[in-house]
Design a protein around this ligand. Sequence first.
Ligand code: PLP
Length: 381
Amino acid sequence: MDYKDITDFVHQLYGTEDFVPLSVPRFVGNEKKYLEACIDSTYVSSVGPFVDRFEEEIACYTGAVRAVVCVSGTNALHMALLLAGVERGDEILTQSLTFIATCNAISYIGAHPVFIDVDRETLGLSPDALDAWLEKYAFLSQGVCRNRRTGRRIRACVPMHTFGHPARIEEIAAVCGKWGIELVEDAAESIGSRYHGRHTGTFGRIGALSFNGNKTLTTGGGGMLLFNDPELGARAKHLTTQAKVPHRWEFRHDEIGYNYRMPNINAALGCAQLENLDRIIASKREVAAEYKRFFEGRDGFAFVSEPDGSFSNYWLNAILLPSRAEREAFLEYTNDHGVMTRPVWELMTDLPMFEGCERDAQRNTRFLADRIVNLPSSPRV
Ligand SMILES: *Cc1c(COP(=O)(O)O)cnc(C)c1O
């Protein structure tokens, strides 16, 4: 198969004949200045002014009541689930079309993922499939939601905003409310993305962001917890800092804590990145608009646009190919011709660790997993 017009288009889009990567960070602001200030101050580790500033600024940017830094998005999710009251043996409703981190965090607690289908338009958890599964398999007993077949408690639901496109999160929140299930949003890919004007990750009591190197805003590695409840935020700060009781010199810890606090040097990078975030997202949306125009009316390529009522950061642009065979041919040609493209993650249900987990029919999930390809999506700033 010949996809020359597509590789030519991508090279022209980025103004280069060289290899075009999938997603690379841009450091066009105060990154070096803040890193230097951080080093000069000697506060490079887990305490320092950039940590507090980054938390305050992310809270302000997202509209969360409180934001708490973590070392990675994965441990932000782990902490989020702990704070949601998830315990060993609980079941967590989530999607199979996600990055491994979502399910690893569930597994750290000894809880079990249950895989619910996604929507074809949003690529995120389907509130209809969620409600249908719960109606069929769940019951409420004294306010606790349980799985009829396993008897296990269903404690939380973790939808993910795939590639930065918001899921139908208000409807998901409503279903969770009806069944007494805690909503924990995996907003790792969706900083800057909003649904009906509200930032992703703020629809439940807890959300998690990631600042890994390939994400829209990077701190090298890092994550952030978002809270609507200041007390839960304070508890997160305590647990992520070894559960140390504040004191000028005494080392007293009042429960099992975690060393999950982002170092000041990473937060310095984050503060600088945040100053340019809206510019970066505007540029990514321009790239997306150009792809959309290019693929419009081209048979066999469906460009994935932001869902109605939402504003997407277009973290990774995606198209759907007609079949798995064509997807393979497309991946082969583009990667051979200087354009980095990738299939979506292998489904969680196909990985050995999660083979035995409960799931629904996964119709849209399978359809999408066979067809999605991600295209180069770096901002052009
Ligand atoms: C990136 C990502 C995470 C967190 O990853 P870290 O590398 O630990 O920051 C979690 N969930 C999803 C869906 C992601 O894409």
